[in-house]
Design a protein around this ligand. Structure first.
Ligand SMILES: Cc1cc2nc3c(=O)[nH]c(=O)nc-3n(C[C@H](O)[C@H](O)[C@H](O)COP(=O)(O)OP(=O)(O)OC[C@H]3O[C@@H](n4cnc5c(N)ncnc54)[C@H](O)[C@@H]3O)c2cc1C
Length: 475
């Protein structure tokens, strides 16, 4: 049994019940804003309310949620369930679940209790900490109360620099600006820093963020992009892939990433605007029902972009080492990581047995992050490899599992896969032919790669403990 949302935007199998006869409980109609308390600056919503709805309804009351994901096509239940976040090192933190003050969760119960128990968890109740990021395994979150702030303005400047000092700057930059983030294009040796702070409400500007990557895009253009990438992959056209990556990043840059200073035109940085207009976007959600002539770029109903995201957090004390290791990899083969510049993701092959271009480099970055630097996975993204031992990285994991045991003794909301990622069952790693290519295993034998295509299991180039599928004849 699983809770399903109208979007199901998580990448891993979190939302899949076991087998063919599982049950899905939809939150599609749990879509009401229940209360806006202006005095206490809180808002109570049902869990199927979307981030977009929350932002616009809160703004009508002069309130905002300070840190949220950048894409607003997510439900509150889904995004807190996976620990989704925006970007800040300030305040309580960057995750939406940090701002929950009350949550209602419905768990299974015996027949005498009509099979359901409603629990109201308030701030201060240790069980609320388990329910904040429940991964959907505790029960159904039906409503959430969030602490908001009075609406404020921000001033945003995106500034491109080379990445030679990124190792040092990464740790300090986030402390200097409240909404700091940076997008790193390692193969181009460039970083786009987002210098982003609150400014007084009377600062002129009515900026808008309509991120280019979240706009309705022509299905024809998407199909051309996808086909050309598939051709570059199948012909080992590393140069072509890097040219496409440069075209993508320069299109973003010259389109000011979708920012405008007044809702229409971009006249230059800084873009000053109200928080509710600049934090998140996603106009492709509202694109016309135009027989899918346009779509969100990743819409699986059209031949659109097809990628998975390896997404993690590394503690600030270790980030320099990680960045420098990736820079060393790029120095060995500058074209290896162009795919990251292309769409902050990694191409998924339709044929799981066919390796990706620079498979070895991509696997090494993944293993560097999760095993050398102890990164924590984003629960709504990643491949199985990222979840190996993940639960042991959380000091309160046992407390979470105790709450799970008491809320759902029969494991009704668990699947084999959620038990595996929580360390309750073996089998997360699936060892079979080609398993490393799909992120189902770390290779230990050549057969886990694609020896017929020239890919063999070898140590990493920088991180010698890594085991990655390496193409031997061409390099
Ligand atoms: C284009 C795009 C941009 C993104 N940007 C960001 C970003 O900026 N930052 C970030 O952190 N993440 C980002 N994500 C990832 C996203 O936040 C997560 O994948 C999120 O979990 C998806 O929310 P959803 O509503 O689609 O939930 P789903 O994927 O449908 O569900 C996620 C999990 O929560 C459970 N669940 C859902 N509702 C409930 C409920 N009411 N009660 C109990 N369990 C429930 C489900 O069973 C499932 O296990 C992005 C994803 C996409 C596709």
């Amino acid at each position: 049994m699983k809770v399903a949302t109208r979007f199901s935007h998580s990448i891993p199998k979190l939302v899949c019940p076991d087998g063919e006869d599982g049950l899905l409980i939809s939150t599609k109609f749990l879509n009401k804003i229940l209360r806006v308390d202006q005095e206490n600056m809180t808002m109570t919503v049902q869990s199927g309310v979307t981030l977009k709805q929350l932002i616009s309804e809160a703004a009508k009351a002069g309130l905002v949620l300070p840190y949220t994901p950048y894409w607003w096509g997510l439900t509150i239940g889904g995004l807190i369930g996976t620990g989704a976040h925006g970007s800040t090192l300030w305040g309580l933190g960057s995750s939406v679940h940090d701002y929950i003050v009350q949550l209602l969760i419905i768990t299974a119960a015996e027949a005498v209790n009509n099979y359901a128990k409603v629990r109201t968890l308030e701030n201060g109740n240790p069980e609320l900490n388990a329910a904040r990021v429940s991964l959907g395994v505790l029960g159904v979150v039906s409503q959430v109360t969030l602490k908001l702030q009075p609406v404020f303005k921000r001033s945003i400047t995106l500034s491109e620099r080379n990445d030679s000092n990124l190792g040092d700057e990464a740790a300090t930059f986030g402390r200097q600006h409240e909404f700091a983030d940076f997008t790193w294009y390692p193969s181009q040796r460039k970083v786009v820093y987002r210098i982003d702070d609150r400014v007084p409400a009377n600062t002129p500007g009515n900026g808008l963020n309509d991120f280019l990557g979240f706009r309705a895009t022509s299905s024809l253009v998407l199909a051309i992009l996808r086909t050309s990438e598939e051709i570059q992959e199948s012909t080992n056209d590393a140069g072509g892939k890097c040219s496409s990556a440069k075209l993508t990043t320069s299109t973003l840059k010259f389109g000011a990433y979708g920012f405008s200073n007044n809702g229409f035109a971009f006249t230059g940085y800084p873009v000053v605007g109200f928080h509710n207009r600049v934090q998140a976007s996603g106009t492709c959600l509202d694109s016309l029902e135009d027989a899918r002539i346009t779509a969100c770029p990743w819409d699986s109903r059209v031949k659109g972009l097809f990628f998975h995201q390896t997404t993690f957090s590394i503690s600030l004390s270790k980030i320099k080492g990680f960045i420098e290791d990736v820079q060393r990899l790029v120095a060995l083969e500058p074209r290896a990581l162009c795919v990251l510049d292309l769409y902050n993701g990694i191409l998924m092959s339709k044929d799981p047995m066919s390796p990706r271009l620079f498979e070895d480099f991509l696997e090494e970055v993944e293993q560097l992050a999760f095993f050398k630097y102890g990164a924590l996975p984003h629960w709504g993204k990643n491949r199985n490899v990222a979840f190996i031992g993940a639960i042991n990285k959380y000091k309160n994991a046992d407390k979470f599992l105790k709450v799970k045991q008491s809320y759902d003794q029969l494991g009704l909301f668990s699947s084999e896969w959620t038990d595996q990622i929580l360390g309750l069952k073996d089998g997360l790693i699936i060892v079979k032919e080609g398993c490393a290519l799909e992120g189902l295993c770390i290779c230990s034998e050549d057969i886990h790669c694609a020896p017929k295509n020239g890919f063999f299991c070898r140590p990493g180039k920088i991180y010698k403990d890594a085991r990655v599928c390496t193409h031997l004849s061409s390099r």
